[in-house]
Design a protein around this ligand. Structure first.
Ligand code: HEM
Length: 357
């Protein structure tokens, strides 16, 4: 019998940062572990569910709408902000990606730049600069960029030449409101550019080249399982938690770890394998232990924008025949708030063969 041909993705190794790898090595399959003297990690599906249902996230625990420049963001304003970026995304989605668009290059960077240009169009430089990946080096850089941008003389005239999100800035009066509007712009647009490009890069790394006929949605659900960009959800100490489980002390913060839950051998067949076909029969909104967008009681508000954009990118990559360089055998996943491969090389089959890690 001829030897079975191995899928190129099977020859790749994902190299997790040592502390992430230690989580797999030491805690996989356990429902609760002590991570620090004052921090409990939760990987059990049922326990995560009970903790997340015990109370709503406080404003400082919310990733997107935590207070901005010391000012709380009321729910009404948060909802309006999401509707605003949602409008920009819907408008961007009305134009198909031109056939000649080349998404080859290093990912997630290439996806990030593409999303920035697609969704934020020709917004003024002082706003678009807020999507620079260089700002990620140090959170203080974002703050400085916002402070300087808000202080610059002049401001764009509001109007349809700007995105709806940029019009929030154009309509702001005075330095403080402008600074706040710039912070909002960053909060609303960054998840679009950073998290969606990370998600698509993760999917490519895990499974490219994909078999024809496999729905993009299944590829994304499976990538969200194995490499969830939001790999941990923090809840600060709170009297509800010791009541849920006596092993949690009153002074313990609680860190839910979807990264581990999503690979729990008790929940998943072949937990470490990339098998998009499992989503033919599973419902991603109702699969115990699957929480890439958080808990059912307060799921990610942006998820309905994430999936169409990520599908669009993945579809274009597939349709234009791009693949992960066969020569790339390893990709690092650093220890950051957003979990994803640091750099993968994507290109047309013939050209990327020799690209190295
Ligand atoms: C791959 C992309 C994304 C992933 C994996 C993701 C994941 C999550 C998760 C896990 C939560 C729950 C957090 C918790 O309970 O502690 C969450 C909440 C939330 N997400 Fe997303 N998200 C993504 C993209 C976006 C986008 C594009 C937006 C909008 C611009 C967005 C806006 C929000 C908001 C508003 C919340 C509610 C809590 C808050 O942060 O204020 N997300 N997301």
């Amino acid at each position: 019998m001829p030897p079975a041909i191995q899928h190129p993705a099977a020859r790749r190794t994902t190299v997790f940062a040592p502390r992430l790898q230690a989580l797999f090595d030491d805690h996989l399959g356990k429902d609760l572990v002590r991570l620090e003297p004052d921090t409990i990690g939760i990987a059990g599906a049922e326990l995560s569910d009970r903790i997340l249902a015990a109370r709503k996230a406080t404003e400082t625990e919310r990733p997107t709408f935590k207070p901005l420049h010391g000012r709380s963001i009321p729910k009404s304003e948060a909802s309006a902000g999401i509707r605003t970026i949602g409008q920009d995304i819907r408008e961007a989605l009305t134009h198909p990606i031109p056939e000649w668009t080349d998404l080859s290059g290093p990912w997630p960077l290439t996806g990030h730049m593409f999303l920035r240009d697609m969704v934020l169009r020709d917004d003024p430089y002082r706003l678009r600069i807020l999507m620079s990946r260089k700002l990620e080096i140090d959170p203080k850089l974002t703050w400085t960029t916002i402070t300087v941008g808000a202080a610059l003389p002049g401001r764009p005239a509001p109007g349809p030449h700007l995105t709806h999100t940029a019009n929030l800035f154009a309509g702001a009066e005075g330095y403080h409101d402008r600074r706040y509007a710039m912070g909002m712009y960053r909060r609303l647009a960054a998840p679009v550019c950073f998290t969606i490009s990370a998600l698509v890069a993760n999917a490519l790394w895990l499974g490219s080249p994909f078999d024809e006929g496999v729905p993009n949605r299944n590829l994304l659900h499976e990538a969200l399982r194995l490499l969830p960009p939001s790999w941990n959800l923090l809840r600060n100490r709170s009297p509800e938690y010791p009541a849920v489980d006596g092993r949690i002390g009153p002074g313990d913060d609680v860190l839910m770890l979807p990264l581990l839950t999503h690979r729990d051998p008790a929940l998943w067949d072949a937990p470490d394998e990339f098998r998009p076909g499992r989503w033919d029969t599973l419902d991603p909104d109702n699969t115990p232990g699957y929480m890439p967008f958080g808990h059912v009681s307060e799921r990610c508000w942006g998820r309905h924008m994430v999936m169409p954009l990520a599908e669009l990118l993945l579809e274009h990559v597939r349709r234009t025949g791009l693949v992960v360089a066969p020569g790339q055998r390893t990709a690092e996943v650093p220890l950051l708030g957003l979990l994803g491969v640091k750099k993968i090389h994507v290109g047309p089959k013939s050209k990327v063969r020799h690209a190295r890690d």
